[in-house]
Design a protein around this ligand. Structure first.
Ligand code: G3I
Length: 336
């Protein structure tokens, strides 16, 4: 009996070492969909076993969490938080202020600047207060700049001058312990966008506005330039803020070629590069790496973008670990 127990514990040990989350010294996350968590056992098991941090892919966004002026719907967000707590994970909040997925009632909102500010403040503070102590960090403001570095036109930019700083202030008032992020994509290849973000951070820091982190979404593809990615990471690290690779996926068929047949090697190498580059960030600035959903089948690139021949994640459509997963684990085990 003792021998069997010993063999079992050795095999658990070996398996544990083979898990990606166990070979990285930082949080490993995934964004999740509550319907899949509830209905799909394979999805739920991977979400449960493979990650140490969780983000709601959609269900904490304005449109879903605040569907009417006088009504918040926390039901799905709460389900995800309960799952994260039950399985011992950190919960990351995404996202309080965005130009996208805005409910119709906000688009129709009428009022002067004071009324707009009161409306946005109420949104931010009700959501942050609801999750106070249960959500560790928030993407307070998402995607405020265009690729040319100019402020993106949006409801918020149109009606609330200095809305970014105000949003951080309001979120901080509601939960002074939460780590507050500015989150954006495509800084690589768009130096003016990167610079606009760095200028924003410098301005907020100068004004003592509480910003604690930068989310680099990392929706990249096999043609993304490593030197550009590295430069974005280095510049972001220099701010001294926490760095979150917040929505990682690597597209292999960005032009949506219908004849495309999956070839993993370039993607595997880029995943390895991304993890290596993240590993070189000072430990106190490592908030973690979060994948944007769990398996290729669940990726927004297939659903939202309607690119059926896209394979951007580390688990395949049959919920099996891809070669890239093992390559990465192997690399990280030997990099230690
Ligand atoms: O659930 C509804 C369904 O009831 C309805 O019938 C259907 C018809 O349109 O829509 C479904 O909702 C969709 C939702 O995803 C859930 O699948 C929305 O239309 C669709 O717009 C939404 O897309 C999300 C997208 O943000 C919206 O811009 C993606 O899932 C989500 O992955 C994506 O996430 C964003 C991050 O928040 C910010 N960074 C970029 C990233 C990728 O776009």
């Amino acid at each position: 009996m003792k021998l069997i127990a010993l063999l079992l514990s050795i095999s658990t040990l070996v398996n544990a070492q083979d898990l990606l989350k166990n070979v990285v010294p930082f949080r490993l996350g995934a964004s999740v969909n509550p319907r899949l968590l509830a209905e799909n056992e394979a999805y739920r098991n991977i979400a449960s076993n493979e990650f140490t941090s969780m983000t709601a892919e959609n269900h904490m966004k304005m449109m879903l969490i605040h569907p009417a002026a006088d009504r918040f719907d926390f039901s799905k967000g709460d389900e995800i938080v309960a799952f994260a707590e039950k399985t011992g994970k950190r919960m990351h909040g995404h996202t309080l202020v965005w130009h996208n997925q805005v409910p119709q009632w906000m688009k129709d909102f009428q009022g002067d600047q004071k009324a707009w500010e009161a409306m946005l403040k109420n949104h931010i503070q009700t959501v942050v207060t609801h999750y106070k102590g249960r959500v560790s960090g928030w993407d307070v403001v998402n995607e405020s700049f265009l690729d040319d570095g100019s402020l993106r036109p949006s409801l918020w930019a149109d009606h609330i001058p200095d809305y970014i700083a105000k949003s951080f202030q309001w979120a901080h008032e509601a939960d002074p312990n939460a780590t507050l992020f500015y989150n954006d994509y495509g800084q690589d290849g768009h130096p003016k966008k990167m610079q606009a973000i760095l200028d924003l951070v410098a301005d907020l820091q100068k004004r003592k506005i509480p910003i604690h982190g930068l989310g680099l979404q990392m929706h990249i593809n096999v043609d993304s330039k490593r030197a550009e990615i590295q430069e974005v990471i280095s510049k972001s690290v220099q701010t001294g803020l926490s760095i979150h690779f917040s929505e990682l996926d690597i597209a292999v068929n960005p032009k949506n070629n219908p004849e495309y047949s999956y070839e993993a090697s370039a993607q595997n190498e880029l995943f390895t590069f991304v993890f290596k580059a993240y590993g070189a960030i000072p430990a106190k600035q490592q908030y973690g790496i979060t994948f944007w959903n769990v398996t290729d089948k669940d990726s927004w690139l297939r659903g939202y973008f309607k690119r059926p021949k896209e394979y951007p994640l580390l688990f395949d459509e049959t919920y099996v670990k891809k070669q890239g997963y093992h390559t990465l684990v192997n690399f990280l085990q030997h990099a230690k």
